[in-house]
Design a binder for this molecule. Structure first.
Ligand code: SAM
Ligand code: SF4
Ligand code: F3S
Length: 453
């Protein structure tokens, strides 16, 4: 197995140490938790190469955009930002501009960047982030754009350095890629086939995080519960639960088809596994679900919700919902609203369908006009928010155990309860990283306020 090599890290470190001032680098992340986790690894590599991480774009010597292409607006944000950096590059010839992530796995994107943004220095994709130090080093010695895109990941590279975003909670990849090929989704094309990490590698990482003060682990995967690293996902939950020092375990994102009984039992029986499940359903109508290749029907999903709620009393469910998939009629949309009302989700991410080149849905007839989609989207949002508000209000007077994550700009502590609700309350900053009991005294739609008991 090819190992993570520090050869080019050391070379870059030497170069950077010879500079008068320590160079600064900025990591800009778009997209999901998988990208956020990759960005921690990029920041880790940059730190080992001698860069100081900054958020000040006026002061930085290197910018790396870790991109997302799940919807068109994610792509547009990158192009907007790249335009801004043209002037900066003209003012500072030494400024390095690096692009990576899901967008770069698409040929037409790389061609567009080469044509319209030739001042970019380095481009790489999702399968070879470990090569970043080498590519950066090459770009110091070469003119023009360095492009290195792989079509698949030959192996999982362990032991990449990492600079964590949060002190007390951390994401841990357990699998990469997606084999589901929902017809609207670009992820399987840009993240490749499913690959699971070995349990011993995952457990060693979790143990190291616990030793470093992390209390909450988020197991990550595009289909986290289709994990198969020689043991099942439920078995992995049991093993991670045994790691001393870890107080809480969450996981995201689960595909409904893989929510097996042993996973429900693990959530119920393992005290560290939070009473929380993110369970995207996308759409309600059987016709749309079939055209989406989601592998379940409306009734099957609603029955699953009932089974999960009966199996784990008090569990909080959240979801992803999409409107405007090709062929969606008002009747189909009503099916979506039925699931929203039945599921009573604690919160939901709502999306307008975005055509993605190269996906089957892009070729489907009957794309829905924007005005119709927007009107449905607004109705969906109203219903989702109404229910979120009601569920929030039900927590008034309850006692919740909150993991304190930090102090906000308003001076209040903030953290999340077991059911993932966000809570703000007064308290001493010494409590950061601790589990505290909080009585809920106020309920807004998206967060709660409380007082320490
Ligand atoms: N693997 C996860 C799952 O199936 O639940 C979701 C990963 S995807 C990054 C997150 C969400 O983005 C999806 O659940 C879907 O709602 C949304 N999404 C994916 N493709 C989309 C598209 N073409 N247009 C709009 N939303 C999209
Ligand atoms: Fe995309 Fe579907 Fe895979 Fe989720 S399960 S990443 S929505 S293809
Ligand atoms: Fe976006 Fe890639 Fe995640 S397309 S949502 S960053 S896997």
């Amino acid at each position: 197995m090819e190992k993570w090599t520090t050869y080019y890290v050391d070379k870059m470190l030497k170069i950077n140490q010879e500079l008068e001032l320590q160079p600064k680098a900025m990591v800009v992340t778009y997209g999901c938790q998988m990208n956020a986790r990759d960005s921690e690894k990029l920041a880790g590599m940059l730190t080992e190469m001698g860069y100081a991480i900054t958020e000040d774009e006026d002061a930085t010597d290197l910018v790396i955009f870790n991109t997302c292409c799940v919807r068109e607006n994610a792509e547009n944000r990158l192009y907007g930002n790249l335009g801004n950096f043209k002037v900066r590059k003209e003012q500072n010839r030494n400024l390095k501009l690096v692009l990576c992530g899901c967008m770069m796995q698409q040929d037409m994107v790389v061609e567009k960047i080469k044509g319209s943004y030739p001042y970019v220095d380095v481009i790489f994709g999702t399968f070879n982030i470990y090569r970043f130090p080498q590519l950066l080093h090459t770009s110091l010695e070469t003119k023009g754009i360095i492009v290195d895109i792989w079509q698949e990941a030959p192996e999982i590279i362990e032991d990449l350095p990492s600079l964590r975003e949060f002190p007390y909670k951390a994401g841990v990849n357990i699998m990469y890629g997606c084999d589901n090929f929902c017809t609207f989704c670009i992820v399987p094309y840009v993240r490749g086939r499913e690959r699971s990490r070995r349990p011993e590698d995952i457990l060693a990482e979790v143990q190291a995080l616990a030793d470093d003060g992390v209390r909450e682990i988020m197991l990550l995967g595009q289909n986290v519960n289709s994990y198969n690293g020689g043991i099942s996902f439920a078995e992995l939950l049991h093993k991670v639960s045994e790691v001393e020092g870890i107080a809480r375990i969450r996981f995201i994102s689960s595909h409904p088809k893989d929510v097996t009984d042993d996973v429900i039992e693990a959530i119920r029986d393992l005290p560290k596994v939070c009473n929380y499940l993110h369970l995207p359903f996308q759409a309600g109508s059987d016709k749309i679900l079939e055209n989406m290749n989601r592998k379940h029907t409306k009734k099957w999903y609603m029955d699953l919700v009932d089974k999960v709620k009966a199996g784990v009393p008090g569990i909080a469910l959240t979801t992803d919902i999409m409107v405007g998939f090709p062929g969606e009629t008002e009747e189909d949309f009503q099916d979506t609203l039925d699931i929203v009302r039945h599921g009573r989700f604690a919160s939901a991410f709502t999306f307008i369908y975005s055509r993605r080149l190269g996906t089957p849905a892009d070729h489907m007839d009957d794309q829905i006009p924007e005005s119709v989609v927007k009107e449905r989207f607004n109705r969906l949002l109203e219903e989702v928010n109404r229910i979120t508000g009601e569920i929030s209000a039900e927590k008034l007077g309850c006692e919740l155990e909150v993991l304190v994550e930090g102090v906000g700009k308003d001076g209040l502590l903030h953290g999340r309860a077991d059911d993932n609700s966000l809570v703000h309350f007064e308290g001493d900053s010494d409590l950061c990283g601790k589990l505290v009991k909080v009585k809920i005294i106020g309920a807004k739609t998206f967060y709660l306020t409380g007082e320490i008991m």
